[in-house]
Design a binder for this molecule. Structure first.
Ligand SMILES: [Zn+2]
Ligand SMILES: [Zn+2]
Length: 297
């Protein structure tokens, strides 16, 4: 797959879609607005890569430890703050009534911002100072950190020996997958990180959320063309969307596919399933599953 960061390519694809259908559904319009502030920020990002030798990377991979702890991230807090402000102002135009921004989000101090970003990254509850605004705060922090995380993922993922990872969470940042694909070459299954867009190889018949390998409890729904799949696990009731690149025509942007397949989310939720990324995060928040971290975080 090509680089996943292609903000401008995705914005262009959305523009084309809008021209073709002479309108764009509201969630896709929102996504395009977010992409444009991230693209703008991306030009100003210059991350210092953590000092990780290939030996240390191999060891982390073998032990199932994601490569980046929060402390390893070289974040430009001025830019993060700007992005959070822009994101909340975009999101608030989609709330009812529009323009309503929770007070504690309007007065986010640098210390609060840093604490909230760390909590989000480490899958902990946000501080009580953000009570009532958690969802929007998490979305805004995700929006702001995404361009940084994507940069790290791009440079680090090629250093990960895929055959030795094959876990249900991201080798770069520890996030859960929210999309997947079967590759063109062999139909191998790859997962896409919901946070940094890193891609990693995974078992065809295993639930990334609970590790269930019982074929009787794993199945998928597909469309007529067999292009998209909804993989579900009956054991933990989570779902993961997939695209089969052996069937896909034209250029495919995986981050965009997440949004183009929102109808699959609707169908899955109607059937009573939860998305794998949400299920994974909840599990880690409740401490049922500890993603091993490098010591000294
Ligand atoms: Zn990740
Ligand atoms: Zn499962």
């Amino acid at each position: 797959m090509g680089e996943s960061r292609g903000y401008h390519e995705i914005i262009e694809a959305l523009d084309k879609l809008e021209a073709k259908d002479s309108s764009l559904p509201a969630p896709l319009q929102l996504y395009r607005k977010i992409l444009s502030i991230q693209a703008e920020a991306d030009k100003r990002i210059n991350v210092r890569q953590p000092e990780l030798s290939q030996g240390l990377i191999d060891e982390s991979v073998r032990q199932g430890r994601p490569l980046l702890r929060f402390g390893d991230l070289d974040l430009d807090w001025g830019l993060v703050g700007e992005l959070v402000d822009k994101a909340t102002s975009i999101f608030s135009s989609y709330t009812t009534p529009p323009g309503e921004l929770p007070g504690n989000l309007k007065h986010l101090t640098p210390a609060m911002l840093e604490e909230a970003a760390r909590a989000w990254y480490e899958d902990r509850e946000l501080s009580s100072s953000l009570a009532g605004a958690e969802d929007m705060a998490e979305l805004a922090i995700f929006t702001a950190l995404k361009p940084f995380l994507s940069r790290y993922a791009e440079s680090l993922i090629n250093l990960v020996k895929q055959e030795y990872w094959r876990r249900g969470y991201c080798p770069v940042c520890g996030g859960s997958p929210d999309f997947s694909y079967l590759d063109k070459e062999r139909g191998a299954r790859w997962l896409l990180c919901s946070r940094c867009d890193a891609q990693w190889l995974f078992q065809r018949l295993e639930c990334p959320n609970c590790g269930n390998q019982d074929q009787a409890e794993l199945s998928y729904f597909t469309d007529d063309k067999g292009l998209y799949r909804l993989n579900v696990c009956e054991k933990c009731r989570c779902y993961l969307k997939a695209i089969d690149l052996r069937v896909a025509e034209g250029e495919v942007f995986l981050p965009l596919e997440r949004f183009l397949t929102m109808d699959l989310d609707r169908q899955a939720i109607e059937k009573g399933y939860t998305t794998c990324s949400q299920a994974g995060k909840l599990k880690r928040m409740q401490g049922h599953e500890e993603v091993p971290r490098r010591a000294g975080g």
